[in-house]
Design a binder for this molecule. Sequence first.
Ligand SMILES: [Zn+2]
Length: 507
Amino acid sequence: MSSGKNLHGLPWRVVSFDYDMMINLLQTNVSEAKAYYSWVAVFVVLFLGVVPAIILLKCKLVWPKTYLGGLGSRVLILVVAISTIGLISLPYYQNYASIARNNNMLRKEISPYNYVWYGIKAIRQTYFPKQVEFTKLGEDSIIDNPQERPEIFVIVLGETARANNFNSNGYHRDTTPYTEQEKHFIRFAPVKTCGTATAVSVPCMFSNLTKASYDEDKAYNQSSLVDILEYSGYKVAWYDNDGGCKGVCKRVPHEVINPYAAENSKYCKDGSCYDAILLDRLHDRIHVALKNKEHTVIFLHLIGSHGPTYYQRVPKDQVLFTPTCDRADIENCKVEEIVNSYDNTIAYTDYILKGVVDTLEEHSQDFGTAMFYISDHGESLGEYGLFLHGTPYSVAPNTQTHVPMMGWFSKSFIDDHNMNMECLSKNAKSGDFSQDNFFHSMLGILDVNTKLYDDNLDVFKSCRIWIKHDTKGDINTVFKEQLYLGKKYNNSKVKTSMVQNPSLNKG
Ligand SMILES: [Zn+2]
């Protein structure tokens, strides 16, 4: 939903009831919906909705005497109206002909056509989906790098963090004070998203489909990245503090944090929990991995910067920027208060990431440990009069379609993966990335060898050497290249040759 203030400073709301918005409506949960509840909202519904409806009900209707007569007069009114429109627009036909085609948006703003049409479509999709058979993908996948020690890799999926509000992307404020001094911490240039809402971005990112080829039916009915990592031999676990994973984790062990459970009360209040609860879960899960010495990927789905109740995302004693907007009906706050509250959520996410890194660092002697973070979509904070997100992609501002992406790698992980960090930080800054890169980069950096993997979309590929075996158990081309260069493989030699052989370092 987007809302804002008009030129006279009065609050108004623009809601494009397109298909994605109706899906958001159907897939939300009580605590998320409660965030929009306020006395102003109750007042608006009551006095602009219920009261006029009662007045309308009281009106006395005079029905036509016969059905035929009633039908006839209605047809007549329609014919006259359509002919009048036709007569007026005829001289300007050329100007009107392409409007609907060029302005896809218009269809989404015609009421009640928009919510009736898209509502029916969304209900059909959610409750009566086409019976599409589940397609198992990546069954050939294996973890292909036998020389490494076991790995613990944490993938943090962010919520509503936008690229603009990170100082690494030129923001004037220090919103990442906790990880700033961290070594081997790579911050990528802003990443283009697949959608402007969770229900689109998440299934898209976790599928092998790209933004261009994304198809909801397909994405929901085929193996996700999470499934494929499990097929390859990783133990996987998904912890969700954002109400759910949009289907991508449903076939693997997962937990959606219950804000009402007594054992979570330390972190939860008013139906939502601080993301620090995920650090507890991470801690517990890591100990299972350590005990069993298993290759493990742990997913943490943050509630991050979920609005409009930004103030509920951050504990009071961790607020950095004031004054804040401490209410759900944000149209009654000043824009700078809203921005302060939002920036507090970005800084708090940074605090969580630092917590993940510290936990992983502790165990980096015996395990290759690393973390990767990416957000699902951005947010509007008053630019062009828009707030929140979910604006149709074709007209969505940059702030909704560009998100942060970061990675941290322990020394042991860097060694085991023959990573050239100098090369990676250079590429990270100069690259042109989108969420299409996520699926293949994760397969690549986790050494998952499968026919699905497309190395052109792997952001790490040109800055590491992956010694993998091809399907015949033979060594792969990169290794052959090393042999061709007359260098027998060992860790230090490979690194030397990467520096000498600039073709391997290309972005
Ligand atoms: Zn989201």
